[in-house]
Design a protein around this ligand. Structure first.
Ligand SMILES: Nc1nc2c(c(=O)[nH]1)N[C@H]1C(S)=C(S)[C@@H](COP(=O)(O)O)O[C@H]1N2
Ligand SMILES: [Mo]
Length: 332
């Protein structure tokens, strides 16, 4: 195996654009956040390969050309970072909506004949190094094999162009509906197994405390997989001046693994939540919501939106990564 060249080495990230700039349904590549825990490996496609092993009858190593023999599939999905693994409950709104192209993992796997008792796929990137004082070699995540048939992709394009190095060139995993951390970049190995992977990013980090109905921790944890319901306000923007007694649209995006059923919005802390208009889900893309509002009082007003998923989960007011987004405006 060739030594991996990193540029840069060590954690590398790019912040997303702020919510009021997220006006496009499809996020432009230069506006997509970047999250690399260990650095950016620089990989030539002719030196790249993907090995599929573990609980399969036919382990295989595919070169880039082998991958390209599978039918090209395209899909659009939200792509969201769940936030720092060191501060997992802090809302970060690292979110975008992307068109991916690649091949369906289920088809590639079928040619390896997975064993009936395989439950998880461990996916490894070409990157390794140290994160928060812990040696990680390689970056490894896992996902339930039951999820694969749905729409999991081995992707090589974002919005119709080859992946950039920082987004996983030449090939990355895309797990639509799961937080971005699960979409392993610079994908080099997939191992089928009966149990969860035992790396730092699947044990020490990226496991959330499970809460009971009254919000108290039960002592159990759950992997950071499915994206919880969330919404953000694109317009108005923070500190915008709004005219009194004039009707105005509040609009934004809402998303959740499995889709958002309803969005409510409110103007002012003690105002009631009013139902917004909401686009039906289209695959796992974000959904536009909007609501009309006529301010009746001068002064500062805090606008907020709250999404509910089809499974009945509602965005919390605070304390979780998907807590409601608030925008303060000024009515004159
Ligand atoms: N190999 C590898 N894959 C990775 C990461 C990483 O550090 N190494 N970061 C993950 C995290 S935390 C996120 S949020 C997404 C970010 O993808 P992007 O940088 O293309 O937006 O990639 C995921 N895949
Ligand atoms: Mo992330």
């Amino acid at each position: 195996m060739n030594p991996v060249r990193f540029d840069p080495q060590g954690p590398f990230m790019r912040d997303p654009i702020p919510p009021h700039q997220m006006r496009d349904r499809l996020t432009r590549i230069q506006d997509v956040f970047v999250q690399c825990h260990l650095g950016v490996p620089r990989i030539e496609p002719d030196q790249w390969s993907l090995t599929i092993d573990g609980m399969v009858e036919r382990p295989r190593t595919l070169r880039f050309d082998d991958l390209m023999r599978y039918p090209k599939t395209e899909l659009s999905t939200v792509h969201q970072c769940c936030g720092s693994p060191l501060a997992p409950l802090e809302p970060k709104r690292r979110i975008c909506n992307i068109r991916w192209s690649g091949v369906r993992l289920v088809e590639v796997l079928a040619d390896c004949r997975p064993g009936a008792s395989a439950q998880y796929i461990w996916s490894c990137g070409a990157d390794f190094g140290e994160f928060s004082g812990v040696v990680v070699d390689p970056y490894m995540k896992d996902l339930p094999i039951a999820r694969v048939a749905d729409d999991v992709l081995i992707a090589y394009e974002m919005n119709g162009s080859a992946l950039l190095a920082e987004h996983g060139f030449p090939v990355r995993l895309v797990v639509p509906g799961f937080y971005g951390t699960n979409s392993v970049k610079w994908l080099t190995r997939m191992t089928l197994a009966e149990r969860r992977a035992q790396g730092a990013f699947t044990t020490r980090w990226y496991n959330d405390p499970v809460l009971d109905d009254s919000g108290v921790e039960t002592g159990e944890t759950t992997p950071v997989w499915s994206i919880a319901p969330e919404s953000l306000i694109v317009s108005p923007m923070p500190h915008e001046t709004i005219e009194l007694s004039t009707e105005r649209e509040i609009w934004g995006w809402a998303w959740a693994d499995g889709g958002v059923r309803s969005v409510h919005a409110r103007a002012g802390d003690d105002a009631t939540w009013r139902p917004a208009e909401l686009e039906p889900p289209h695959g796992r893309e974000w959904q536009r919501f909007s609501i009309r509002w006529t301010p009746r009082q001068h002064g500062a007003v805090v606008l907020a939106s709250r999404a509910e998923s089809f499974s009945g989960e509602i965005q919390p007011l605070s304390g979780r990564r998907n807590a409601i987004h608030e925008v303060a405006v000024n009515v004159v």
